[in-house]
Design a protein. Structure first.
Length: 345
């Protein structure tokens, strides 16, 4: 190793402290990737960074250590107690790693150019890994909401749509699909943006039907694709890995194909006759039950479901439903939402 002892002991102390700080920060992120995100690829990368830095943590640096006389020892910042979420800890420790590596890079450039080179290389990789972790964190949260969702509201054109969605969200809806088939993009994006704000307020997901451009414009949580829409691979490239993508399935083969392609959830139907698509061939309860026995992804039964027939859906071993008119045509949206949720749960 190309190494010349620093001319000043305080430089060695500085390098020792920042090697410790960088490795400690990496370990915090590594454990979150292991236990929080279950991302083996990231764990291996972070573990390798710690190993690389440990090879440069020379005895000369450790001998210069003087924790008892360090004026910065045990100092904290008030902001630390404000870290209420896992993501706050991730932000703080990524910054800690990046700052420590920058210090190592600058102060080891003359005496230990290999350490400077290693610190610079890892620092630039941390920026990209931080982005991946934040995306994975967002996706994990969306998956958690999706998995807990029993009742999925799909919208239709309606004068008081935003107010109606707000009432449904207040009553416990955790997923809303914005569905607009008109041609007024400006109106649609404004309406979807208002619903997006409501969904964030109530920790619910906003999914956009078909229109990836609407999803991008409103920072929605994902899109729902019909059987004839673009592939899930293309949708993910456009939206990013952190978004939710659902797919419609009207048959067993379509449901199996959607799951193999990586759909996060599947809308199955129509189970009953619906006025939104009156000419669509019905799937029926037997086919619904067969699909559910073959698919592991979350599946939502859809099509003409309301309080009079939701019991039949439950008898087909279906635990999730998507509705439009049952809620949006109700005279009391709050009460109808609560009743549907109680019945399906």
């Amino acid at each position: 190793m190309n190494f010349t002892p620093p001319t000043e002991q305080k430089t060695s102390r500085l390098l020792d402290a920042n090697l410790d700080r960088a490795r400690e920060g990496i370990r915090v992120i590594e454990d979150w990737c292991r236990f929080g995100l279950e991302r083996k690829d990231l764990v291996l990368k972070l573990k390798d960074w710690r190993h690389q830095l440990s090879l440069h943590h020379l005895e000369e640096y450790k001998k210069a250590r003087s924790s008892l006389t360090d004026p910065g020892a045990l100092l904290s910042h008030p902001q630390q107690i404000n870290r209420k979420r896992s993501i706050d800890i991730i932000y703080a420790n990524c910054a800690r790693i990046e700052e420590s590596l920058r210090v190592l890079e600058e102060f080891s450039r003359i005496s230990n150019p290999e350490l400077a080179k290693t610190a610079a290389s890892i620092r630039f990789q941390v920026y990209e890994v931080e982005k991946i972790i934040l995306q994975a964190n967002a996706y994990k949260h969306r998956q958690s909401v999706l998995n807990s969702c029993k009742l999925y509201l799909i919208t239709k054109e309606k004068d008081d749509l935003v107010e109606s969605v707000s009432l449904a969200l207040k009553s416990g809806i955790k997923m809303v699909q914005y569905r607009y088939k008109g041609s007024n993009d400006k109106k649609a994006i404004l309406e979807a943006s208002r619903i997006a704000q409501l969904c964030k307020k109530y920790n619910a997901l906003l999914i956009i039907n078909d229109r990836i451009d609407y999803a991008l414009a409103t920072d929605a949580d994902g899109v729902h694709l019909g059987e004839d829409d673009m592939s899930i691979d293309i949708a993910r490239k456009l939206l990013g890995e952190e978004k939710i993508i659902g797919r419609t399935a009207n048959s067993i083969d379509q449901a199996i194909k959607a799951e193999k392609e990586g759909s996060d959830y599947i809308g199955i139907g129509p189970v009953f006759r619906t006025k939104n698509k009156p000419n669509k061939t019905l799937m029926g309860l037997e086919t619904l039950e067969e699909i559910l026995s073959k698919i592991k992804s979350p599946c939502f039964a859809i099509g003409g479901i309301n309080m009079t027939n939701i019991g039949n859906i439950k008898q087909a071993n279906c635990k999730r439903v998507a509705v439009i008119n049952a809620i949006l045509d109700s005279q009391n949206i709050s009460l109808e939402t609560a009743n549907l949720l109680k019945e399906i749960s």
